[in-house]
Every structure is written in structure tokens, then in C-alpha cells.
Design a protein around this ligand. Structure first.
Ligand code: AHR
Length: 521
């Protein structure tokens, strides 16, 4: 009745689509089934889902760049890894860190490769050969058709160094750094739009020197001025942290802040997969609170801005960039245990994260998953090959189908009981509507390990939406994972089904991720 394709499913979808003749409720196995409803209001938008929420991040950390993005011996781009990142289709890629930005000097990574210095990676250990520098990164972004996002050094760097980087990348005139870029073979400016002013500058144990919000705000102004004078068109991402830190940063910097950064790493308690989802509920509250704080401190429009700044203030409202997010369990391999193996329940967590970003579309307009290869990553590699971890699949699926406007949806489902904790809804959902194609996508994550959910989807504010396609991700078990030791085996199953009838309810299996696609007819 349906064809299952594994791994490279996005290239195989057209072959995978076959008509289904049976009501969806027959799909469920003999597992127990509960009921749920999703009530969607077509007239209640939660904001536009910006494609940038599907971004990625790479850092000079362990085997993320050297051994992941490029071959550790030859420094050539790993084409197997590149092909997998292409499937993730990130619209934005953040680089070079992360904490490592606190020691990174961009001029180490330009010019003839033989002349580039090898430096100790004082943050993460090991040595960095600087063979993958600014131009290699930009070329990588061009291959991926992604926007580069650079983060400047606010610890051992200077505002002038950051400003020179902007000139090197974006300078159009005959000035020295723009000329240097040309000399290095890049006649056309790179036009890097996104610039992060530092990373986690609050972090006490880090080598950072700012570490209190007032100091950060003062120094960030200096950086911003010199960088904006080079190119007033750039967008700035300011380092965020907790409510107290953000209060000062927003108050002082809001006229030139395009994005306030937030980092969200989830983890679970051993043996309690559901504790991962509880944490996400806490993150959503944090996003909502920060949204309110932004509304209170940062007006949509800047009315007064001294003309002697010689560049304009931001032109849109301040938004949130979740420029590091992901799942950080403490049991990984490699340096600082950062090579984490993701089980299937982690993929359910990733889909729940993406549902949350869609629900919060009004304020979360950029998000870059930390990271991409080997380090907290959807892709793992060794010297010979690479594999997709379980978390890869929801990232790939959502990026392809969830776009347009985020719609308000009320979900009623049974609760997932938690040991000693707050109970959670079994079913997590988000809804997007693409006005260009008249297609709505209802994303459903059934977080129950053993029960299916018979779900009715109700539409308000419009008629004529018909279910035409179903995409489903399941795995051989909640704890199942892919590994380089057994690279041919993939525990994840993907099913795409074209529907020729219009069932009243859909049964989503236990521990599954489902996208239901509806079209206006
Ligand atoms: O992604 C790994 C590290 O996590 C980053 O370097 C840092 O920004 C965060 O604490």
C-alpha cells in the first residue's frame, strides 16, 4: 500500500508516492490508540515562518570542520558530507563559532594556504591549520546556496579587526582589504549580511572579557559603529542571555539590534526520554517571556537616531535568533563528549523544537542548529564515510514542507505522564500555510512510546481544504540509533503516501513524526 524509502528519501519522493486505497485508521498496528483533535483557524496567523529558522552552524571544534566539513588529511571538501548538508538545505550557515570566536583572528584564514599559521585551539584543544578560512567558508556557502553568518571576536579581537573583516568581505571600493580579497581571487564582494557580535559573552568560566551586560553593551556599540560604517546594510545579532542580561542589552542596543541571540540546548534525564520534551515546554516559556521583553524595550520603529552616526538604525523590529539550538546529552564520545549519538526519541525532540519555532514565528525568525557534522550533529563521519543520525530526518522533512504563514492551532490530546514531573500533551503540533500554493501542512509529533493517536483535524475560517499527502517518520524503537559501526543499517523509516480519499481522522503511530498536507480544492 505504501512504499518505504530509506535515507536519501528526498531524492526518491516521487517514486515513493503511491495511492492509498484504505482509510488511514487501518494503518495503525495493534497498539493501543487514544484520540486527539487539532483545531486550526485559517484566519489566525502566528506570523510568517522565515526560512532562516532552518539554518545550521559549524565551528572550529573537534572534528566539526577538520574531519567533517573537510578531509582531515587533504583539507579537501568532503563531498559525501556536502551532499548530506545539501539535503538539509540550510538557508543560513553560522561560522566560525561558538566559543572559539573568542580566540579566532580572521586574517589567519586568508591568503595562500601554505602561509597560514597553525594555532592552538585554546578553547577546544588540538591545533587549527586555518586551511578552511573566510573564502573557503563563503565558497562552501555558495555550493549550498546558503547565506553566510559570521561571528566576530569580542575577546582577543578589536572593533577595528571586525570592521576590517566587513571591508574584506563586503567592500566594493579600492580600499586595502577589499583589494586584498580581490588579490585572493574574489573580484565580487561576498556581501555577508549576518554578523554576530560575540558569542555567549556572559559566560563566566570562558575566556571572555565582557561578561556583564553593561560592558557588553558599551563595547558592542563600538563594534557596531565601525562595522556599520563599512557596510550599513549588514544585520547585527547581539549576544543574549537571561532576562537580566537581555534587559540591558535591549535597552542600550535596541536601535541597532536586528536579532537578539538565544541558545537552547536540551537534554534528558537518563532513562526518561519524556524529560526532553518537558524541557522544551520550558524553552517555549522563555521565548514568550523574551518576546514580551522585546516588545516592552524595543519599539518596532526607531523614530530618532542621531545623524552623526552616519548610518541608519535598524529598519524592522528586533527578532530572536536561536543561533545555537539542539540536544546536548552528556554521554557523547570525542572531545568534551560532544560526539553525541542520537536515538529516535531525540528526533521526536527535534520535531517538537521545530514545531515550537513555527508556533513562535512572530519572534523567532532565525535558528541555526548546533552543530552540523560530528559535534552535536545530525551527520557523523569517519575517514571513509558518513551517516545521517536519527535527528537528521525531521530537519530534512520540515525544511522541505513547512513554510509560509504559521497558523494558530488548538490541540487536545491525552497527557504523557512523567515521573515526578509535569504531565505533557502526547501530541505536539504546528501548522503552516503556504499562500503561494494554497497548501497547508499540519505537523504532528506523537511522543507516546507505545500508543497511536487517532487525530481529527478541524478547519475554521475556510472550506475546501483536502488532505492529499501524508509523510511519516518512524523508527524501530524509541532508543534506536544509526551508527558508523553499522553504516548500511538505517533505523528510520520514511513513508510518503498520496491520498485519493479524504479520511475524517488520521491515526499517527506511537513515537512518530507526521506531516499532513492539505490543498485548497
Ligand atoms: O556548540 C558547542 C558550544 O556550545 C559553542 O561553542 C558555544 O557557543 C556553546 O556553549
Amino acid at each position: 500500500m505504501f512504499h518505504t524509502s530509506r535515507r536519501s528519501f528526498l531524492r526518491q519522493t516521487s517514486q515513493a508516492a503511491v495511492a492509498s486505497l484504505f482509510p488511514s485508521s487501518l494503518w495503525a498496528s495493534s497498539e493501543k490508540v487514544s484520540k486527539a483533535s487539532v483545531h486550526i483557524n485559517l484566519n489566525q496567523s502566528r506570523g510568517t515562518i522565515e526560512p532562516e529558522i532552518y539554518g545550521q552552524f559549524i565551528e572550529y571544534l573537534g572534528r566539526s570542520i577538520t574531519g567533517g566539513i573537510v578531509d582531515a588529511k587533504t583539507n579537501a571538501v568532503r563531498t559525501d558530507v556536502l551532499a548530506k548538508i545539501k539535503r538539509l538545505a540550510p538557508p543560513v550557515l553560522r561560522f566560525p563559532g561558538g566559543t572559539v570566536t573568542k580566540i579566532y583572528h580572521w586574517q589567519d584564514g586568508i591568503g595562500p594556504k601554505a602561509n597560514r599559521p597553525v594555532r592552538p585551539n585554546l578553547i577546544w584543544g588540538g591545533e587549527e591549520t586555518n586551511q578552511f578560512g573566510t573564502n573557503e567558508f563563503i565558497q562552501y556557502c555558495r555550493q549550498l546556496k546558503t547565506d553566510p553568518f559570521l561571528v566576530v571576536n569580542m575577546n582577543t579581537g578589536t572593533p577595528e579587526e571586525a570592521s576590517n573583516w566587513v571591508e574584506y568581505c563586503n567592500g566594493q571600493g579600492k580600499t586595502s582589504f577589499a583589494e586584498l580579497r580581490r588579490k585572493h581571487g574574489f573580484a565580487k564582494a561576498h556581501n555577508v549580511k549576518y554578523w554576530g557580535l560575540g558569542n555567549e559573552e556572559n559566560a563566566g568560566p570562558d575566556t571572555g572579557r565582557l561578561q556583564n551586560p553593561a560592558t557588553y553593551a558599551e563595547v558592542a556599540w563600538q563594534y557596531a559603529k565601525l562595522m556599520k560604517l563599512q557596510d550599513p546594510g549588514i544585520s547585527l545579532i547581539m549576544a543574549g542571555h537571561d532576562e537580566h542580561w537581555n534587559e540591558t542589552v535591549l535597552r542600550e542596543l535596541h536601535p541597532i539590534t536586528d536579532y537578539l541571540s538565544m541558545h537552547l540546548y536540551a537534554s534528558s534525564r537518563k532513562g526518561e526520554p519524556a524529560s526532553l520534551f518537558t524541557q522544551l515546554a520550558g524553552f517555549e516559556k522563555q521565548i514568550e517571556q523574551t518576546h514580551q521583553q522585546i516588545k516592552r524595550l524595543a519599539p518596532e520603529k526607531i523614530e530618532k537616531f542621531d545623524r552623526w552616526y552616519r548610518f541608519p538604525p535598524r529598519s524592522k523590529g528586533v527578532k530572536l535568533a536561536i543561533d545555537e539550538w539542539g540536544i546536548w546529552e552528556n554521554e557523547g564520545k570525542g572531545r568534551y563528549n560532544l560526539e553525541v549519538t542520537y536515538q529516535w526519541f531525540h528526533a521526536l525532540g527535534v520535531a517538537s523544537f521545530l514545531n515550537m519555532f513555527q508556533r513562535q514565528a512572530e519572534i523567532v525568525t532565525m535558528a541555526t542548529w548546533a552543530q552540523t557534522v560530528n559535534v552535536l550533529a545530525p551527520i557523523m563521519s569517519n575517514d571513509r564515510e558518513s551517516i545521517c543520525q536519527t535527528v537528521f530526518y525531521p530537519l530534512e522533512l520540515y525544511r522541505r514542507y513547512c513554510q509560509g504563514v504559521s497558523l494558530h492551532a488548538e490541540v487536545k490530546s491525552e497527557e504523557l505522564r512523567q515521573r515526578g514531573g509535569e504531565n505533557l500533551p502526547m501530541l505536539d503540533s504546528s501548522v503552516s500555510f503556504d499562500e503561494k500554493t494554497g497548501t497547508a501542512t499540519v505537523a504532528l509529533v506523537n511522543r507516546h512510546p507505545a500508543e497511536g493517536i487517532e487525530t481529527s483535524v478541524e478547519w475554521e475560517g475556510g472550506t475546501g481544504l483536502k488532505l492529499f499527502e501524508r509523510h511519516e517518520l518512524t523508527a524501530s524503537g524509541l532508543m534506536a540509533c544509526n551508527s558508523l559501526e553499522n553504516p548500511k543499517k538505517d533505523v528510520v523509516t520514511y513513508q510518503q503516501t498520496v491520498l485519493t480519499h479524504h479520511p475524517a481522522t488520521i491515526t499517527v503511530p506511537a513515537a512518530s513524526i507526521t506531516l499532513l498536507r492539505y490543498k485548497m480544492v
